[in-house]
Design a protein around this ligand. Structure first.
Ligand SMILES: [Zn+2]
Length: 301
């Protein structure tokens, strides 16, 4: 059941917590049956009890979060219980249903899992990019690390460093930069676009300033190397050339050397073999790629 007051309240207070606003709103408006997060015992449950007494919570254990149990939240008691235990559900497709992911996206993810590629984020992003005719900004999930991080402590350290740099710039935690909270099967998946549109309109209504910032970062061409090494541009693409005026947030500390070079230029050309930076017709820098995936442009718009 939609409740205007509850949505306004969520828009006001959720950004100060570890919950992701778009995901929380998706659960409140029924776009997701339940949301799950790691339960770190930092008052997550009392926050829900105090502010959203109509919601149900359940705690479960799974292999994903090694140290912390899973906290599931839903408007429906049974959905909360199922979601808390979702990692114990046998198939990826069934896990996806519990969390409200489109079946095409769950199926694609199940294929990646079967091939042992589920945590190879660079491979997944490249394959998703390559299967898409258009790259809808609503499905830009490159800043949604919760569904992509895995269990590697080194990556968590990268995530913390990335978060600190960007919080100062954005004025909110960088993990709010998303409309959808799943990995889409393609960047033009119709079912995911439908979810993204709904969440965009909810955020625009209840959290317009934040929504504006989210869209600013998501609707931009990106030069992608891997999970924590990418560059977002204020610019546009024509063929294999990206014309830009500046680098845009969020910023990735791993890309800082490249960003320093980019600041001298205004155009970057990316082929399957090479990346070149220009200022006008003057070539400033050229890099020979190690593989086709070693730096490619995704034109989110
Ligand atoms: Zn899909």
């Amino acid at each position: 059941m939609m409740n205007e007051k509850e949505l306004s309240k969520a828009a006001r207070i959720v950004p100060q917590t570890n919950f992701v606003l778009s995901e929380f709103m998706a659960m409140l408006v029924g776009e997701k049956p339940a949301i799950v997060t790691s339960f770190q015992n930092r008052g997550e449950d009392s926050f829900i009890k105090t502010n959203f007494p109509g919601l149900f919570m359940a705690i479960g254990n799974g292999s994903w979060y090694i140290k912390e149990p899973i906290l599931a939240i839903s408007r429906n008691k049974e959905f909360a219980r199922q979601a808390a235990d979702y990692l114990n559900v046998v198939s990826i497709e069934a896990q996806g249903r519990v969390l409200g992911y489109p079946n095409c996206c769950s199926k694609r993810h199940a294929d990646f899992c079967r091939d042992g590629k589920a945590l190879d984020s660079s491979f997944i992003v490249f394959e998703t990019h390559r299967s898409s005719e258009k790259h809808n900004y609503l499905l830009n999930n490159l800043f949604n690390f919760y569904s992509r991080l895995g269990m590697d402590q080194g990556r968590f350290d990268d995530f913390i460093r990335y978060g600190k740099v960007n919080e100062r710039i954005l004025g909110f935690y960088a993990f709010h930069l998303e409309y959808i909270s799943h990995i889409p099967c393609r960047y033009d998946c119709p079912k995911s676009v439908k979810i993204g549109k709904r969440i965009e309109s909810i955020l625009r209504k209840y959290a317009p300033v934040m929504e504006n910032n989210i869209k600013y970062s998501l609707a931009k061409p990106v030069l992608f190397f891997n999970l924590f090494n990418l560059v977002v541009f204020d610019g546009y693409c024509e063929g294999d050339t990206l014309f830009y005026s500046k680098v845009a947030p969020p910023y990735f500390p791993s890309a800082s050397t490249l960003v320093a070079l980019l600041k001298e230029g205004n155009r970057i050309v990316v082929s399957d073999r090479r990346i070149s930076i220009y200022n006008g017709n003057k070539k400033l820098f050229s890099y020979k790629k190690k593989s086709i995936r070693d730096g490619f442009i995704i034109d989110f718009k």
